[in-house]
Design a protein around this ligand. Structure first.
Ligand code: ZN
Length: 1056
């Protein structure tokens, strides 16, 4: 359930493109309104917090990485329910496989103990797929071959829990803590350190557990496969009670005067999950929709129930379900299919057949005869205004048995029509009503055996709850009676088709996206090939819409599945200021290395040069244009960059809402609904967002607003026309709509404080240390939340003033001078696009660029605790190490990663019980920061941070450990990128003045990192201990206790 939360991109959420992301098609579906909704994924899939260790491309500002970052968008990237449309594409870029790819004769399969069940060439992903069965155990294997170098392996077990002790989740954590062949404590962490993997993680779903890995290096790939197979079948945690305690739960008594408490990684992780209202809502809905089968309990674990789990139950669960007879295995990529079966046979042959797959079958939930209503409390802060803090959500189980793919596809399409964009009718009507701040519920979900639909609002006052319910039902009825606008249907269709053609999964491996689609049916004993073949049902749906009209297709669905469906659960969530302390009290009441080295690569396997991105700098009408000639399968990606330095300082907090207004406010001739439909019909998406970073060696921040867009080559003219229309013609006149944006952003910020407090803390520390941090905090930190609170009133009292501030931002920003264009496509399309760029530039005002008075602001440098109603803390400490005279050396990347993976992992996570601890060096500003995530401690964690210098000083390390640390760092630097991400990285390097020479130099420094560098860095890092500033987002009790113990160490600021 934890997505990329660890990414140290505190400012990022707001800087994320709202309508467009280079990741994949899903994000288009889940554009702003959808991503504003609570993600079902949060309640569904649990996976490891690898992000502290997540690739961080060298010399790429952390504030602009295109990893899936925001909690909700990342989740949708692989849990999005429209898997039929997802990244499998008939024009896959990396999978240009000819039908003649290496085939595997039946005799060879038989030699390794497999029989071929079926085989197909799947045009949608240009792959040959063969389904094998392991004769002795019945294990099933999908072996998918094509030309994609980003190879993927995954093993999936059906793991339906019978209670909410979190067995599947604790097991998922524990099996990766050492195995028969790899007995060291944390092979998972060792792998992160020393491999070139492009993906490495594990997920717990409500009914299955997946272990996927990916790599572009064949040797590395097979190493990873071997470690994972050994881990799942022969984990050490079955004999080792200690792992179970560490990952699951244990008692802890620090000193005799203290009360005893429960700790454990999963236990704390789930306490964090259960502190977030959106998650509580999602979980309550799932449990209530499925009272009779396995989905009626929480596979992640309910903190109140987790301590009931015994070691014996834990072992039994593993013995039964982690068995080849209950396994589905996936291979994908350009490696040798024979080798796949050879590796598997070594493991599978050791087992006999079992009855596990019968016992793990998922029962269907029978339909209710009448609707159900549930009222649930969630923890809220006391001081704050609780009147408008209720939530209400309507949930339906759509069918009493699995649906056929065509119906599911049509439902997915219907979901996009109703909710996919801010202009979609259900989203728009709910938000326009003013009854609530933001949408909750995730629309249609079809990842489990039976599909569901959910929709509602949060930020609702108690007396309006019934009105929300009536509005949802009334709107659905109206949609069934009147149907959808033709333009809207066309826009949805184009959005879907664009994404299919583009097949852009961003940093998420394509093969993994396909695996998750296939497994979503295969896990229920259905055909694993079918979910990959969307072409036919999609064409059939298009034809039906063309023939019968969209109303005939969609209205009966709304009636049958929603309006006339009695299996409906309405959930009302009430804020309760006492709940957090009651839960704590209840908890207190119940509570009374043989490092035989993970296989790894040697330094000689590492390329000496950084990945080269072709860049040609030119000039059109006096404006700098960067062109990247890369194969993009006929898509043009464009960024239009404006310098924000012309803005007055006091306008900065308004910038995120300015960007949203450009896309969601409408022009004189077009309502915002029409404008959105036009963008959907003609392009692959447009987004506008601010980008800010420090620049090494300069006091001045680099600060821009970027408009990004993409379109098929034949639509480039439309793309530039639309960008021009958005920038120049949108009118800032719709007061009601703007007010909605403010409420939504406020709700989003409140959510972020609870769920991603480490980001808030990081931003706040940066704001105390440099101007760039201050700007980011103004646009995405606690100050931003305060700004939004005040703005809500100002919109009512002085709308003209707000509106003219928005206009002022536009006027200072839009100018040919200070503009820069970046384009990525193949050469021919780049050349063809130039005339449209030229036309676009002609339309821009050409006033001279005037830099506003220097921005110069910082927050006061004291230690600060941001107090919120929570049971877990986020603790940060940071200082600028460039101030000590330190000169950046590539070794710093290796060292900070090493500190995260060893010292902080051991002290903050393993012995501290926090979900994670990590550090980060912002090479642009020089700020080195420590952060913890979902941490039961506060001062104790600060002591760990302060001990880092001494740790480095005393460090001893053998050659093997050192080269692993280096290789792991290079793996981050070389993280796999699709063409649009490459072009974008190159743009950012240009903006930040990072040259190819510098990249080469840093790479050489990384590769030659020595133990001496670690020790010297130990001195540098003492600056954080001695001069660092501390910010914690924490519970009031813990802050009180800390201030008593360390005489008012923190200034206290109440935020919720
Ligand atoms: Zn977990």
């Amino acid at each position: 359930m934890e997505r990329a939360i660890f990414l140290r991109n505190p400012n990022k959420l707001h800087l994320l493109p709202r309508h467009y992301s280079p990741r994949n098609f899903f994000s288009l579906f889940s554009s702003s309104s959808k991503s504003a909704r609570s993600s079902s994924f949060t309640r569904r899939i649990l996976h490891r917090p690898i992000s502290p260790l997540t690739p961080r491309s060298l010399l790429l500002p952390r504030r602009c990485r295109f990893l899936p970052l925001s909690d909700t968008t990342y989740s949708s990237s692989f849990h999005f329910n429209k898997h039929h449309f997802s990244s499998a594409s008939p024009h896959a870029i990396a999978t240009q496989c000819s039908p003649g790819v290496s085939t595997l004769p039946d005799e060879v399969a038989a030699k390794y103990g497999f029989e071929k069940v079926s085989e197909e060439f799947i045009g949608e992903c240009k792959s040959k797929a063969v389904l094998f069965k392991h004769k002795k155990t019945g294990a099933e294997v999908m072996s998918v071959s094509n030309d994609d170098e980003n190879k993927v392996f995954g093993i999936v077990f059906r793991t339906p829990p019978k209670d909410s002790t979190g067995i599947p989740h604790i097991l998922e954590h524990s099996v990766l803590c050492g195995s028969r062949k790899y007995p060291l404590k944390e092979p998972f962490v060792e792998l992160l350190k020393g491999s070139l993997h492009t993906f490495l993680n594990a997920f717990t779903y409500p009914d299955r557990t997946c272990y996927p890995v990916a790599s572009t290096n064949t040797k590395d790939f097979y190493n990873l496969v071997d470690v994972y197979l050994d881990a799942v079948f022969f984990p050490k945690c079955m004999e080792d009670h200690h792992t179970f305690q560490q990952e699951g739960w244990h008692f802890e008594l620090n000193n005799p005067s203290e009360e005893i408490s429960y700790k454990g990684v999963v236990f704390n992780e789930m306490k964090g999950v259960y502190s977030q209202p959106d998650n509580i809502l999602g979980r309550t809905a799932q449990l209530a929709l499925f009272p009779d089968n396995t989905y009626g309990v929480d596979s992640g674990g309910d903190p109140k129930v987790i301590p009931k789990l015994t070691f014996e139950q834990f072992k039994e669960f593993h013995g039964k379900y982690y068995h080849p007879s209950n396994a589905r295995i996936w291979f994908y990529g350009d490696d040798d299919p024979t080798e796949r079966l050879r590796i598997l046979s070594e493991y599978l042959d050791m087992f006999d057949a079992s009855s596990a797959s019968n016992e793990s079958r998922i029962e269907q939930q029978k339909f209710f005869s009448e609707p159900v209503r549930i009222v649930e409390k969630y923890p809220a802060g006391d001081g704050s205004d609780l009147k408008k803090k209720h939530m209400v959500c309507l949930n339906w189980l759509l069918a009493d048995k699995p649906l056929d793919l065509e119906t599911e596809l049509t439902l997915g399409f219907l979901d996009h029509l109703m909710l996919g964009t801010p202009a979609s009718p259900l989203t728009k009507i709910l938000l326009d009503s003013g009854l609530g701040d933001a949408i909750v519920g995730s629309g249609v979900e079809d990842e489990l055996l039976q599909p569901q639909f959910s929709i509602g609002l949060k930020g609702v006052s108690k007396e309006d709850i019934e009105k929300v319910e009536e509005l949802v039902m009334g709107t659905l009825k109206k949609l069934a009676e009147e149907g959808f606008e033709t333009d809207a249907v066309e826009a949805s269709m184009n959005t879907i088709e664009f994404s299919l053609r583009e097949n852009n999964t961003g940093s998420f491996p394509r093969g993994l996206s396909l695996m998750l689609q296939s497994i979503s049916k295969w896990i229920y004993d259905m055909d694993p090939f079918e979910p990959l073949k969307y072409e036919k049902p999609l064409m059939a749906l298009k034809a039906r819409i063309a023939e019968e009209g969209s109303k005939a297709v969609f209205s009966p669905l709304i009636e049958k599945f929603i309006l006339n469906n009695p299996h409906c659960v309405t959930i009302e969530m009430q804020p309760d200021p006492e709940k957090a302390s009651r839960d704590e009290a209840a908890e207190r009441k119940i509570f009374g290395e043989t490092l035989r080295s993970v296989p790894s690569l040697s330094l000689l396997d590492i390329p000496k040069e950084p990945v080269h991105i072709p860049t040609e700098a030119g000039d059109i009408n006096g404006v700098k244009v960067l062109k990247h000639d890369l194969f993009t399968n006929d898509v043009l990606y464009a960024e239009i960059v404006f310098n924000m330095r012309s803005l007055k300082q006091e306008l900065l907090p308004l910038v995120p809402l300015f960007c949203q207004s450009l896309l969601e406010m409408g022009t004189k001739d077009l309502t915002f609904v029409q404008l959105n439909q036009l963008i959907g019909r003609k392009t692959g998406g447009i987004s506008v967002y601010p980008f800010t970073s420090s620049v090494q060696g300069s006091e001045d921040p680099c600060s821009h607003i970027i408009a990004r867009g993409k379109a098929m080559a034949g639509r480039v003219e439309d793309l530039f026309n639309l960008v021009n229309c958005i920038l120049q013609e949108v009118q800032f006149t719709d007061q009601q709509r703007f007010k909605q944006f403010v409420s939504q952003s406020k709700a989003g910020m409140e959510n972020r404080l609870r769920g991603s407090g480490h980001r808030i803390a990081a931003t706040r520390m940066d704001a105390k240390l440099n101007v760039t941090g201050w700007i980011s905090e103004q646009m995405g930190g606690v100050s931003y939340l305060e700004f939004l609170q005040a703005l809500e009133e100002r919109v009512d009292q002085d709308w003209d003033g707000v509106s003219s501030s928005l206009e002022e931002i536009r006027t200072s920003l839009l100018s040919k001078n200070g503009c820069l264009i970046n384009m990525t496509a193949d050469g021919k399309n780049l050349t063809n696009s130039e005339k449209y760029v030229s036309k676009f530039l002609d339309l821009l005002p050409s006033k001279s660029f005037v830099e506003a008075a220097a921005w110069n602001a910082r927050l006061s440098p004291g230690n600060e605790a941001i107090v919120i109603p929570t049971q877990v803390n986020y603790v940060g400490k940071a200082a600028n190490i460039y101030d000590t005279g330190y000169q950046l050396n590539g070794s710093a990347y290796v060292i900070s990663k090493y500190i995260s993976n060893t010292w902080l992992w051991d002290r903050v996570r393993v012995s501290g019980g926090a979900y994670g601890g990590f550090c980060d060096l912002d090479t642009h500003s020089g700020v080195f920061s420590f952060l913890s995530y979902r941490d039961p401690n506060l001062l104790k964690t600060l002591d760990v941070y302060d001990g880092t210098g001494a740790f480095l000083h005393q460090l001893e390390m053998d050659e093997d450990t050192l080269s692993k640390a280096i290789i792991g760092t290079i793996g981050d630097v070389d993280s796999y990128q699709l063409p649009d991400a490459k072009g974008y990285s190159s743009l950012l390097r240009y903006l930040l003045g990072i040259t190819e020479e510098e990249r080469q130099k840093r790479r050489e420094e990384i590769l030659s990192t020595s133990l001496k560098d670690f020790k010297e860095f130990g001195e540098v890092i003492e600056a954080v201990k001695d001069k660092g500033v501390t910010v914690a987002v924490a519970s009031p009790d813990d802050v009180d206790a800390a201030n008593k113990e360390r005489s008012n160490y923190f200034d206290v600021k109440k935020a919720l």
